[in-house]
Design a binder for this molecule. Structure first.
Ligand SMILES: Cc1cc2nc3c(=O)[nH]c(=O)nc-3n(C[C@H](O)[C@H](O)[C@H](O)COP(=O)(O)OP(=O)(O)OC[C@H]3O[C@@H](n4cnc5c(N)ncnc54)[C@H](O)[C@@H]3O)c2cc1C
Ligand SMILES: CC(C)=CCC/C(C)=C/CC/C(C)=C/CSC[C@H](N)C(=O)O
Length: 476
């Protein structure tokens, strides 16, 4: 049984979370509902590019895992194309020397890994595969329209107590308990956490597994820039983009034409120098709720909606076109230096987390310019000073930076913010406290659209079902 669809839905934020929510809401509620998306910056949010000498490069979310099926589906359905993410050879610097250097020969690499770390890389690969296998169950649940009312319930349905345990323990504790050695953790795992999340192995085990999955082959990106997915989703959903900054949301009683008084949400926003407002049946918040990032207040809710004070990690992306000063990392001559990514250990005491050659959003392989220089992407905690850039590069001709409040500062035991903030008011970004990635936002968006639909139609049996994996085993 279905009730008449809502008249109007508001989505706050037009990043991948907000735009994919618009897409899934349109699929569920049909063509007649009006969907407004509020965006105070650029469509794409943390999917953004920077331009270096006329070419665009990913500055925020850049790589997508081959098993990120929502992102894959968007690209296919929206007529976009993909480029393979450039791998190149990777090295790990510990502040004194390169403790690991990848070889272009597969067999030599294997021998090196086994020589230095025994079979721990293989065990790590299996640990990540196991987590990924369970994680993939979400696609089956969502294709059967099942929804979850909290991030914890969603994770539990995928990986049971093991996933909740990963959320509540640090990656370090989880991997030490699994028997990984200090050397392997410091030289192989910590550097991956530093490049991906700008943090140490004290992040939660779940986001640690997501981060380690980036070591898999086949990572890809969207040709022309990942942010194109957002603009195309917006178009496909026939959502109405409103350029404005939402200031507050208030619950009010309204009488619709020829109807009874109903509770609605008033969204008040600033556009240019004007303050405007409109009323909605359903509201989805698709931006991190904290003062520094969205500054949205909830007025007159009963019970009141809590304020979220969770801290987001400050990270700076710097793109530099220049010639690397390889002597920082090794005494070998530049001609013999073939690494294209250098990760760092926690003990490296360097002013960068990582540095790597990148290709533009339109190429598969990075092309050197005439003088043999490349564009390098650097992640650092702070904005690089000119002295630091001159230390890293023998010469450079262009530098551009983008500071971010990038992803949550993970601090297990992790309590993810609620998805249901009020009767018909939903919050997507709580999922980032399990792990922040494009696919996680798309999963949260699909879940919120299904949840909003089932709650609107009072389909309680489609929400928080236990043992879904077993139940769906026999379904086609
Ligand atoms: C440097 C960096 C590298 C990353 N690398 C990867 C990667 O390689 N792979 C990957 O999968 N993920 C990566 N991520 C994570 C990924 O980018 C994010 O998880 C994802 O983009 C979050 O999308 P979102 O839509 O949930 O939030 P956002 O993209 O932050 O969207 C929220 C939007 O809401 C808008 N907004 C905020 N407040 C208001 C308001 N009051 N009124 C109106 N609008 C408002 C903002 O302007 C923003 O556009 C990276 C992130 C960063 C920062
Ligand atoms: C959700 C699952 C199962 C997998 C997602 C894996 C993935 C692509 C995670 C990305 C995490 C992240 C925040 C990376 C940031 S840095 C990325 C890259 N190294 C760069 O150079 O920009």
């Amino acid at each position: 049984e279905r009730r008449a669809p809502p008249d109007k839905i508001a989505i706050i934020g037009a990043g991948i979370g907000g735009t994919s929510a618009a897409y899934y809401l349109r699929q569920k509620f049909g063509k007649d509902v009006k969907i407004d998306l509020f965006e105070r910056g650029e469509v794409g949010g943390r999917l953004a590019t920077l331009t270096v000498r006329g070419q665009e490069y990913e500055a925020g979310g850049s790589v997508i895992h081959p098993l990120n099926l929502h992102m894959k589906r968007f690209v296919k359905d929206l007529g976009l194309s993909t480029v393979q993410s450039y791998g190149g050879l990777m090295g790990v610097y510990n502040g004194e020397r390169l403790v690991f250097e990848e070889s272009s020969w597969f067999i030599i690499n294997m021998i090196k890994l086994i020589w230095q770390y025994g079979f721990q890389s293989l065990r790590m690969h299996m640990w990540v595969e196991d987590a990924l296998d369970k994680f993939m169950r979400i696609y089956r649940y969502q294709s059967h329209d099942y929804a979850f009312s909290s991030v914890e319930k969603l994770l539990h349905s995928l990986g049971g107590d093991e996933f909740l345990g990963m959320l509540n323990r640090t990656l370090l504790e989880t991997l030490q308990k699994a028997g990984f050695s200090e050397k392997f953790l410091n030289e192989m795992v910590a550097p991956v956490m530093r490049v991906n999340f700008g943090q140490s192995m004290n992040i939660n085990g779940f986001v640690g597994a997501v981060s380690m999955s980036c070591a898999d082959s086949g990572l890809w990106a969207v040709e022309g820039g990942n942010k194109l997915v957002c603009s195309r989703l917006l178009e496909a959903s026939k959502g109405n983009l409103i350029h404005g900054s939402v200031m507050y949301i208030e619950e009010k009683t309204r009488t619709k034409q020829m109807g009874n008084p109903t509770k609605m949400y008033e969204v008040v926003y600033q556009t240019g120098s004007e303050t405007r407002s409109d009323f909605y049946d359903i509201v989805l918040v698709a931006t991190p709720l904290n003062r520094k990032m969205s500054n949205i207040t909830f007025l007159n809710f009963d019970p009141p909606i809590e304020e979220f004070h969770q801290y987001y990690q400050h990270i700076v992306t710097t793109l530099i076109k220049g010639q690397l000063n390889s002597t920082i990392f090794t005494s070998r001559h530049l001609d013999e230096f073939d690494l294209s990514t250098i990760l760092t250990t926690d003990s490296s005491d360097l002013f960068i987390n990582s540095i790597g050659i990148v290709s533009s959003v339109r190429e598969n392989n990075p092309q050197p310019s005439k003088g043999g220089t490349y564009v390098w992407k650097i992640f650092s905690q702070e904005i690089l000073t000119k002295e630091q850039i001159l230390k890293l590069f023998l010469s450079y001709d262009y530098a551009v930076k983008q500071p971010w409040l990038a992803y949550p500062h993970y601090k297990p035991p992790e309590k993810c913010p609620p998805i249901v903030l009020h009767d018909r008011l939903y919050y997507l970004n709580g999922i980032e406290f399990a792990a922040s990635a494009m696919e996680m936002s798309a999963i949260a968006a699909h879940n919120a659209a299904l949840l909003a639909y089932h709650r609107w139609n009072e389909h309680a049996h489609m929400i928080d079902q236990e043992d879904l994996y077993e139940k769906l085993k026999t379904e086609l």
